[in-house]
Design a protein around this ligand. Structure first.
Ligand SMILES: Nc1ncnc2c1ncn2[C@@H]1O[C@H](COP(=O)(O)OP(=O)(O)O)[C@@H](O)[C@H]1O
Ligand SMILES: [Mg+2]
Length: 484
């Protein structure tokens, strides 16, 4: 199961999802944290600046010079009347609770504080900045003496300046507890949700992958049953139009081709056995009869002569089969010479003359002296087979024509007879081994001649075609694709 495509796809998918979700969570978390921080900073600044503005207005109206004013001198002064009010006014907003406000003098001593407990002390650096007239943010940790959780504050300090410079420092502060709490919850939720979502999606993925791949499992089951004995079996293609369907169709097509060649191979073996069995039976019968009793030398000679003929027949069959097998296995070494077609046909016609004469057939050769590249012996064999058939199956007292011509610039040879022709039902098969359109008509052939002719044509890159009209005659055409 762990090696299955289903598992691997699911695993990759889940891994990709985990990475994506984690990145997404980190992004959400950080942007939330950032905006919470920014909100807090804005709020603190807004509050502190509000108080500072009010104080500056106060300083202006009272024309109190900064520096002259000290906390001690001002005891009971107006400042102490307005400071608690100011602090209260700006701190006690129920919508923005828990913002503390503190007013200090320029030295950092606390004058007023809205909070109840400890306020975070400003670092020296911030005090210095405030005296110089600059506001500053700080994150300040307060150790909890009672051993509880440490408190962290965010603080903003801004100066309120009178005519003599910084008179007061206003600090707004707030515990970061709430934002930290919210962020911690978010972290926990994400840590729990991301794996959960990945697991759930993985489970769904496994399920859907199983559904999607079910046809593959079905196909595998059928494939297991296919053997040489039942090559007729076919996969049932899924009703979808997807890759799996295509695969099933391709596999079926492949099975079809394998079945065809397997069956023809079987038929071929049967044919070979059959062709060889006949002469062997004759041979055996004659020998048995001859051995029954003593015979004269003349009788023995007649039997041996007949045996020789049968043996020659068998060796012709075996020779032809060997030639075909060599072509099939591409073991046939072809010479590459320039072969003049006209001269070749003239020679073949002359050699066939006695056989043609016996049937009263005239063989004529025409055409120019075109030459092609090829093996002269094999090409002679090709055309000999065609001429041989024409003389054999042509009409008695008829005419056989061999013509060299040019088919669109390609050298070609046409062999025509005026015989009985080939039935259109036989036409697609005549190049097959051992195929004879009418086996009773002739005893001299085995049906291998055209198969060999085709193999030779193929090996020369030439094509061989046949046209036939019953009772009118047959034409075989060999077309070469390159001239010499
Ligand atoms: N010119 C032709 N006219 C009629 N039939 C032909 C001709 N050439 C071939 N055939 C048919 O094709 C079959 C196959 O030819 P071939 O392979 O040469 O076998 P074979 O000559 O041994 O019979 C022949 O048996 C014959 O029926
Ligand atoms: Mg033949």
């Amino acid at each position: 199961m762990f090696n299955s495509v289903r598992f691997r796809i699911t695993l990759w998918y889940a891994a990709a999802l985990a990475v994506t979700l984690t990145l997404f969570s980190l992004l959400v978390y950080h942007s939330l944290a950032k905006s919470l921080d920014e909100n807090m900073d804005q709020l603190l600044a807004f509050r502190a600046e509000g108080v500072a503005d009010a104080l500056e207005t106060y300083l202006e109206t009272e024309r109190i010079e900064a520096g002259k004013y000290t906390a001690a001198a001002a005891k009971g002064g107006v400042f102490y009347k307005i400071a608690p009010e100011l602090v209260k006014l700006h701190a006690d907003d129920p919508r923005q609770a828990s913002v503390g406000l503190r007013i200090m003098d320029a030295s950092g001593r606390e004058l007023e504080n809205s909070g109840r407990g400890d306020a975070p002390e400003l670092p020296e650096r911030t005090l210095k900045e405030a005296r110089r007239g600059n506001a500053a943010y700080d994150t300040i940790k307060l150790d909890d003496a009672s051993g509880g959780e440490d408190l962290t504050f965010r603080s903003y300090a801004t100066p309120a300046a009178g005519s003599g410079g910084t008179a007061y420092i206003v600090q707004a502060y707030r515990s970061t507890y709430h934002t930290q709490f919210a962020l911690r919850n978010l972290r926990l939720m994400m840590a729990a949700l991301v794996p959960l979502i990945v697991l759930l999606t993985g489970a769904f993925g496994m399920f859907f992958a199983r559904v999607a791949l079910r046809p593959v499992a079905d196909m595998a089951r059928t494939m297991r049953q296919i053997t040489a004995e039942n090559l007729g079996l076919r996969l049932t293609p899924p009703p979808t139009k997807d890759e799996i369907r295509e695969l099933a169709d391709l596999f079926n097509a492949m099975l079809g081709r394998l079945e065809d060649s397997f069956l023809s191979e079987r038929r071929f073996i049967q044919d070979v056995s059959h062709e060889l069995k006949t002469p062997l039976t004759i041979l055996k019968g004659e020998l048995e009869v001859a051995l029954k009793k003593a015979r004269s030398a003349g009788e023995y000679a007649a039997v041996l002569q007949s045996n020789l003929e049968e043996t020659e027949k068998m060796s012709r069959i075996v020779g032809d089969l060997l030639t075909l097998a060599r072509f099939d296995n591409r073991e046939m070494r072809l010479a590459r010479e320039s072969v003049a077609l006209r001269a070749l046909l003239d020679g073949l016609a002359a050699a066939l003359a006695p056989a043609a004469e016996a049937r009263g057939i005239t063989v004529s050769v025409s055409g120019n002296s075109t030459a092609v590249q090829g093996d002269p012996e094999q090409l002679a064999r090709l055309f000999r087979n065609l001429l041989d058939n024409a003389v054999k199956y042509g009409a008695e007292k008829g005419r056989v024509k061999a013509e060299v011509f040019s088919d669109d610039g390609r050298p070609a040879v046409r062999v025509t007879d005026d015989g009985a022709g080939i039935d259109s039902a036989d036409l697609p098969h005549i190049f097959k081994r051992f195929y004879r359109a009418d086996s009773s008509r002739s005893s001299s052939g085995f049906g291998l001649g055209l198969a060999i002719a085709k193999s030779i044509a193929d090996a020369h890159g030439a094509s061989i075609a046949v046209k036939s009209r019953p009772r009118r005659g047959t034409t075989f055409t060999v077309t070469f694709h390159k001239s010499a």
